[in-house]
Design a protein around this ligand. Sequence first.
Ligand code: BGP
Length: 476
Amino acid sequence: MAKKFPKDFIFGGATAAYQVEGATREDGRGPCVWDDYMNRPGSRFNGDVASDFYHKYPEDLQLAHDFGVNGIRISISWTRILPEGKGAVNQKGIAYYNRLIDECIRQGVEPFVTLHHFDTPLPFFQNGHWLNRDLIDAFVQYAKICFQAFGDRVKKWATFNEPWSIAQNGYIAGNFPPHEQFQIPKAVQMLHNIMVAHARALNLYKSLGLPGEIGIVHTLEGKVAISDKPEDRHACALDDAISNRFMLDACFHGGYDDETMALIQEILEKNNGTLVTESSDFADFAAAARQIDFLGMNYYSSHFLQAYEGESRIYNNSTGEKGTSVFGLKGIGARVTNPAVPTTDWDWPIYPQGMHDQLVRIMRDYPNYKKVFIAENGMGYKDDFVDGKIDDTPRIEYVTRHLEAVLQAIAEGVNVKGYYIWSLMDVLSWSNGYNKRYGLFYIDYRDQRRYPKKSAYWYKLLSERHELVGIDEIQD
Ligand code: BGP
């Protein structure tokens, strides 16, 4: 295992517009899908105020600076720039992101900007979402406006955050809008369409001759067969194909490998679906695969797969009641508990080995990748707030073990250039609300005050020394 992180390694913190900004009706912002969804009757929470980053970003960036965080993932809210998703540009939205980006740079916290972090404009969502190819054209238009407005200062761009989560959570698990379940063919079609939008925006960026780099952020879920039985291994290959390979092939191979497509076809056939593509899609994929500068990799967890012959069935544990999850998909497999692997309260297996394995897999299967940023990793935890102090030792342990996996991958030759902890400060969790916290900085949502957690003091030492530090070395 390498001991030190590379000199130019970024120790960042991640956020996303809807999860932090709040101010959803301010300065001409139009509605995105989440405004509507989270304000539906019976909803337990919403992002109307969130972490009030829209107003408090100078304080958050000051804290980032003071605690050694030298990079921040932010995303642009599409409907601040284009309130209806297309048409007239809202200059107040442009002005806000100009202020935010300038403040990041002033504080030495480099902005890594994502164009789409789940928050599709409401009219496009209502009109078929990513199944409607009109959204591809609209996304490219929106991307162009952002590149032209901010591309002189933003040096790291990501087209999308986690296409897989949009498709899986919205159309398979049903815990994101539009709350559909088991619509596997729709999910596959969406992934393809989003990959086309990614490729076209990336190619456009490259044609503008701007001074930065562009990539995409994928969540890579480790997939491990629960046994050596061929049927369990096949379930594992199927889940890996739909969750990871399909998108990685599009981004780095410029099209889908035969083996990947065979697995996807098998899934589609068992679920009575087909995939529709246009031949120009593959020209766009090929051009983008030649030009992509980096992969942003989010990693939280791995799944243990068992063969499964039944109908699809899922129970989402969105309250942190440990041991309640159920996940079996027709034509794919069942995600089962591995008694040897601990889990979080939300039943996410804690398996750092999977992070190492996914990094090595990128190097092995996609050798034209140039570099990887860990764009998100972190631990959801119900932090205890005692006299203004938060002892989040389990989070520090979780991150330490995942950073060890990163160091191991670096030692084996993977070019990893940064780590953005999810999340910089506490944020809204899409399907869990405000009690599933991830931040280095605790937010008391009653008054929006920020408090550094034990992990923030630890992260500061880590960033100063560029090597892992023990919990006993923290002085707060
Ligand atoms: C990723 C998203 C983030 C964030 C994180 C934690 O999938 O990119 O936006 O929410 O997961 O997820 P959750 O809040 O559901 O625990």
